[in-house]
Design a protein around this ligand. Structure first.
Ligand SMILES: Cc1ncc(COP(=O)(O)O)c(C=O)c1O
Length: 366
């Protein structure tokens, strides 16, 4: 067994790219200038200063925003608010595993729609919803977890049109938007929505750090008001100390500096991964992610990613097997997170995956 495990499994940055100094300074300022707010209960909408800052960044009114304890909990509250047992919810295939689980727990009927290199197959979605109405569509528009793809601008426009025509809502789950390596991302579906169908979520987990647990929801003011009431009934207010620190980072410009730094590091890791895969595993297929954390790798039909994972662990490398992100299938695919592995270890990590693949192929020749 190799000395230290190289893990492409976690959707989190390695510790060497976390902004410890900037957070330390922001925490000092928060406790000097904003300490009463930071140390008190707030309301269900979260820290007013941060709420205003987010609203301005998205060109919204503050009443259209609530700050939450990360975006996963925000999404869970949204599902509880909108989805009842038996309701049809369209999910991307593959999709974020925790979303699939939350919807299953609510008793929703999850209807899978395929992803292409430019995001959701909107025609398949339209056919599924015309056949039988859906309550909600869940979409991860930028640098998808786990697929790495990005929803094109025309597809965003079409989805928003279809939502208005066919009466479903869209949950735009967008924690990776700020982590674009090449171009400015296309407009959010929230910004295109003239019919109050879109609720948007994002997070500071990827732009500051996952441990701050600060995210937000944005959408029609009336809907946000109801969700904030639900939030205050459950937890009184989100974590005001964390939000006060994040607000300091936002208004001092340290957030934007960190985003620039993190994007540079992630881009270097993405390039190292793409290069190593092309060189060492040329038969594998993937969409080159234009940002974010993830690459979705599809191997030949003979490869079973769960079996590969067992062999990979023995070689000292980890990833997440494809079926975790699917309602069905995904057997020959796997998710590699390049956020969690420093660039200099990526080539060796891929070499270990190749060795594991050779072992399972040798054990069961086609
Ligand atoms: C698509 C997606 N939504 C939501 C989340 C949850 O993020 P947060 O840390 O803001 O709760 C993640 C985290 O990996 C994610 O990939």
């Amino acid at each position: 067994m190799a000395a230290e495990v190289i893990s492409f499994a976690r959707g989190a940055p390695s510790a060497d790219i976390l902004p410890v100094e900037a957070v330390r300074e922001a925490a000092g300022r928060a406790l000097a200038d904003d300490w009463q707010r930071a140390l008190s209960y707030g309301t269900g909408v979260g820290h007013p200063g941060l709420r205003e800052w987010i609203a301005e960044r998205h060109e919204l009114e503050p009443a259209q925003v609530m700050v939450t304890n990360g975006s996963l909990e925000a999404g869970a509250m949204l599902f509880q608010h909108l989805v009842g047992a038996g309701d049809r919810v369209i999910v991307e295939q593959p999709s974020y595993d925790r979303t699939l689980l939350l919807l299953e727990r609510l008793g929703a009927e999850r209807v899978g729609v395929a992803l292409a290199a430019d995001g959701l197959d909107v025609e398949q979605l339209e056919a599924a919803v015309r056949e039988q109405p859906a309550t909600l569509v869940h979409a991860i528009p930028n640098f998808h977890n786990p697929a790495g793809c990005t929803l094109s601008a025309p597809k965003r426009e079409r989805l928003v049109e279809l939502a208005a025509e066919l009466g479903f809502r869209i949950f735009e789950d967008d924690p990776y938007r700020e982590l674009s390596f090449e171009e400015v991302p296309s407009p959010t579906m929230l910004s295109l929505d003239g019919s109050d169908r879109v609720i948007y979520a994002s997070s500071f987990s990827k732009t500051v750090s996952p441990g701050v647990r600060v995210g937000y929801l944005a959408g029609p003011a009336e809907e946000i008001g109801k969700l904030a009431k639900r939030a205050s009934e459950v937890y009184i207010s989100p974590n005001m100390l964390a939000e006060s620190i994040v607000w300091e980072l936002c208004r001092s410009g340290a957030l934007d500096e960190n985003i620039a730094f993190v994007k540079g590091a992630l881009r270097e890791r993405r390039d190292a991964l793409v290069g190593a895969l092309r060189e060492q595993l040329p038969e594998a297929e993937f969409v080159v992610p234009g940002g974010g954390y993830f690459l979705w790798l599809t191997l030949g039909h003979d490869a079973d990613s769960a079996e590969l994972l067992s062999a990979a662990r023995e070689e000292g490398v980890a990833f997440v097997a494809g079926p975790d992100f699917m309602l069905d299938g995904g057997r020959s695919s796997l998710r590699l997170s390049f956020a969690s592995v420093p660039a200099e270890l990526i080539g060796e990590g891929v070499a270990r995956i190749c060795r594991a693949l050779e072992r399972i192929r040798a054990a069961s020749p086609a």
